[in-house]
Design a binder for this molecule. Structure first.
Ligand code: HPA
Length: 260
């Protein structure tokens, strides 16, 4: 399997796949359920990050098991989606952003495979956390489809599960964050450590606390996801066949050499 999709909030259903079956993958970090189906003659994996009924909060997602399972299935490319708030008014609710960098404000997560011992001590290069080749495909496909998608944006990851305070949103904005979400760290970190290409389609669902006039609610996030779900699905569907067969990026040299 070359490509897998990790679905964020609102994306619990691999609606684009046919002949779906479920596989259970054993990893050193626990068992992972993944749906495997076919799209355009190719086997594609689908994993809803929060579980099928949004039963896992961001700080409880078993990120290491998820990414390990994808590597074990020989996945090379991950297309992920995430709902985000905006700390930059250039990015409005309903917009997509093809993220190109991140800031990490998480506090209490297991965020590496390299813990010494057998795994070794490895300092992974993060000059390009998101695969440039996948980013290009996503940006060009969005343009072709007439979907508004910003080429680049900085994702600031907070610990959650609460939303941010207005002071936190101001801080993130001043430090260079454009978007705020609760899941991309450590997901992108772990993918990069295992040499997977990782591309993130962020969907802006709300303005950050204090920018927005109203208190934030999870329902607001889901409502925008719902309205924009069709565009998201189209963007994923049209992007998959445009991903080159061979990788022409350096993502697979980024981390250590781990045998899964
Ligand atoms: N903050 C953090 N995570 C989010 C937000 C937000 O405003 N909106 C959607 N996910």
């Amino acid at each position: 399997m070359r490509i897998a999709i990790i679905g964020g909030s609102g994306v619990y259903d691999p609606g684009i796949l046919t002949n779906i079956h479920e596989e259970k993958i054993e990893t050193p970090y626990g068992m992972v359920d993944i749906k495997v189906g076919t799209y355009e003659g190719e086997e594609i994996g689908f994993m809803p990050r929060h579980g099928e009924k949004h039963s896992l909060p961001p700080h409880k997602v078993n990120y290491r098991a998820n990414i390990w399972a994808l590597k074990k299935l020989k996945v090379e490319r991950v297309l992920a989606t995430a709902a985000v708030g905006s700390t930059n008014t250039d990015f409005q609710p309903g917009d997509f952003v093809i993220v190109n960098d991140f800031l990490d404000f998480t506090k209490n997560r297991t965020y590496t495979f390299f813990e010494g011992g057998q795994m070794g001590v490895v300092h992974t290069d993060f000059t390009e956390p998101y695969c440039p080749e996948l980013r290009k495909v996503l940006v060009e496909t969005a343009k072709k489809l007439g979907i508004k998608a910003h080429d680049g944006g900085v994702y600031a990851c907070t610990e959650g599960p609460r939303f941010e305070t207005p002071a936190e949103i101001r801080m993130i904005s001043r430090l260079g964050g454009d978007l705020v979400g609760m899941t991309n760290v450590p997901e992108v970190v772990l993918a990069h450590e295992l040499g997977l290409c990782y591309g993130l389609i962020a969907m802006v669902t709300n303005l950050g606390a204090g920018i927005s006039e109203n208190p934030l609610s999870h329902q607001e996030v889901l409502d925008i996801m719902d309205q924009n779900g069709k565009n998201l699905k189209n963007l994923i569907m049209e992007s998959i066949p445009a991903i080159p067969l061979e990788r022409n990026c350096s993502c697979n040299q980024s981390g250590g050499k781990i045998e899964v």
